[in-house]
Design a protein around this ligand. Structure first.
Ligand code: NDP
Length: 315
């Protein structure tokens, strides 16, 4: 049978390119878990993904209720779950004021981390039940969360501090919309959320890999300078960023190439090692990359896990 792969945020950018690459293998059925049903259907059609290779299901990660509903809908479909790809994200670098999820968490960390945290926990049972030989749970990371790289050192840098803002529920009612309890900064909130993604992947690996055989992995697919992620940036940035990445930093990858990279992490039999953060070098071969000190801090990963469980109502 075809393997069933759930991809969040498959209506554009990396998620869509990955759905297309997986569809082209002829071995996968992709569940496009998206907040905008019509946009996702149109995107699949425009990308030329054959109908029998995908199903669109509604998921709004900025609402924990919607996450639970998605899990119910998926289970009722009767399909097994072989691979989960947590890909969706919002990036709000020019926001002056914080915006919030349905439950009142700052939107970037609420969507990118907490929504996916609940989704991954709930779907872990479904992954366990699958008879697919290489079950995987992949969380898309980013270089911006790695302060051990040049790009990760562009201010504002990611820093979770002692997580006091997260303990307070990520809003200014109780403490602060930022994880570290500081002033709101949209670019930093995104980077913090990516550190959370990478810490979560490692904590999942420590807790569940041995017992379940599931491969947990994260990756930095390269700088895909043309995706919708930068839609909220100022126009001048959107014009200059792609050539800057192409010719100056040379970190640029096309959506198509990035999609092939993520598709490799989903289905390549040689990328089944668990607990790994994959990256690609200039000739597009994959290697196990190092994470920054904060993004590989096991104590912080545990603390993040325990606070997140409370916030999403699992503990
Ligand atoms: P896009 O903005 O093109 O894609 C993001 C996707 O997330 C969209 O499909 C969007 O849906 C979806 N999304 C946003 N909010 C929600 C929500 N509340 N519920 C469900 N889906 C939601 O950006 P990219 O393709 O660039 O980003 C994909 C991943 O790649 C992210 O995890 C990002 O951090 C990562 N990444 C990107 C890099 C880059 O250079 N672009 C570099 C490194 C990592 P909709 O279509 O409805 O807006």
């Amino acid at each position: 049978r075809k393997s069933v792969v759930v991809i969040t945020g498959a209506s554009s950018g990396l998620g869509l390119a990955t759905a297309k690459a997986l569809s082209e293998t002829g071995q996968c059925h992709v569940i496009m878990a998206c907040r905008n049903f019509l946009k996702a259907e149109r995107a699949a059609k425009t990308a030329g993904i054959p109908k029998e290779n995908y199903t669109v299901m509604h998921l709004d990660l900025a609402s924990l209720e919607s996450v639970r509903q998605f899990v119910d809908t998926f289970r009722r479909s009767g399909m097994p779950l072989d691979v989960l790809v947590c890909n969706a994200a919002v990036y709000l670098p020019t926001a002056k004021e914080p915006t919030y999820t349905a439950e009142g968490f700052e939107l970037s960390v609420g969507t990118n981390h907490l929504g996916h945290f609940l989704l991954a926990q709930l779907l872990l049972d479904d992954l366990k039940k699958s008879d697919y030989p290489t079950k995987r749970l992949i969380i898309v990371g980013s270089i911006t969360g790695n302060t051990n790289t040049l790009a990760g050192n562009v201010p504002p840098k990611a820093n979770l501090g002692d997580l006091r803002g997260l303990v307070g529920g990520l809003n200014d009612l109780n403490s602060s919309p930022m994880i570290d309890g500081g002033e709101f900064d949209g670019a930093k909130a995104y980077k913090d959320s990516k550190v959370c993604n990478m810490l979560t992947m490692q904590e999942l690996h420590r807790r569940y890999h041995e017992e379940t055989g599931i491969t947990f992995a994260s990756l930095y697919p390269g700088c895909i300078a043309e995706t919708g992620l930068f839609r909220n940036h100022i126009p001048l940035f959107r014009t200059l960023f792609p050539p800057f990445q192409k010719y100056i930093t040379k970190g640029y990858v096309s959506e198509e190439e990035a999609g092939k990279r993520l598709a490799q992490v989903v289905s390549d039999p040689s990328l089944t090692k668990s607990g790994v953060y994959w990256s690609w070098n200039k000739n597009s071969s994959s290697f196990e990359n190092q994470l920054s000190k904060e993004a590989s801090n096991a104590e912080k990963a545990l603390k993040l896990w325990e606070i997140s469980e409370k916030l999403v109502g699992l503990a």
